[in-house]
Design a protein around this ligand. Structure first.
Ligand SMILES: Cc1cc2nc3c(=O)[nH]c(=O)nc-3n(C[C@H](O)[C@H](O)[C@H](O)COP(=O)(O)O)c2cc1C
Length: 187
């Protein structure tokens, strides 16, 4: 089966997650069509039989290019097994208010786009203080302290729970219809 993996990223963590997802897809014997949403040649979902899309939250929003594709593709995505991975800092914390807020951010984007993924994962992202410019560092100090009590604002920290991502993707792939299912339907 050909699985579309399309991601939006600003500082690179969601690309790393999408590459990890693509590796799992290949390990399980499928073809992975991996695309950055900002790449104009982003593949049409109609050439794939399943899709996993991922984007990260910045100031309560996902990457515009990703949201644009989701709106454009929602009918085709709704016609195949699909899943969404939302990457954020809020997902790294255990504050129920922060988690509810990030879930509402995802649900609102999905409602507005018309896409109904079968499953959504909130994956913890990363803080890359060594790469932020002055403005981002200033914003992120405030956001990070809101979500995490033990933030080192002088170094990079990866919060992504790779086992969580693996379990989510393997579960999604395990539920994909097989050729035998098609034959059963036809017969
Ligand atoms: C300027 C900026 C704004 C952010 N805003 C939010 C936010 O509103 N909520 C949140 O949970 N995380 C927020 N984050 C954390 C990012 O979602 C996190 O760093 C993620 O790993 C970024 O993924 P990316 O590297 O794929 O862009 C923000 C990060 C930056 C740098």
């Amino acid at each position: 089966m050909r699985v579309l993996i399309c991601y939006g990223t600003t500082e690179g963590q969601t690309r790393k997650i999408a590459e990890f997802v693509a590796d799992i897809v290949r390990e399980k014997g499928h073809e992975a069509a991996l695309f950055d949403a900002s790449d104009v040649s982003a593949l049409e979902p109609s050439r794939c039989q399943a899709a996993i899309l991922a984007g990260s939250v910045h100031m309560g929003r996902y990457q515009g290019a990703l949201v644009h594709h989701i709106r454009d593709w929602h009918e085709r995505l709704n016609g195949m097994p699909s899943a969404f991975i939302s990457v954020s800092l809020a997902a790294a914390g255990d504050d129920p208010h922060g988690r509810a807020e990030i879930d509402e951010t995802a649900q609102k984007m999905l409602r507005d786009s018309g896409w109904l993924p079968k499953a959504t994962l909130h994956a913890a992202g990363a803080l890359r203080f060594t790469q932020y410019d002055f403005f981002k560092r200033w914003i992120m100090r405030a956001i990070a302290r809101q979500h995490q009590s033990d933030v080192d604002v002088h170094s990079d920290t990866e919060y992504t729970d790779w086992d969580d991502v693996r379990v989510f993707v393997e579960d999604f792939l395990a539920k994909l219809p097989t050729e035998g299912d098609d034959e059963k339907k036809a017969g």
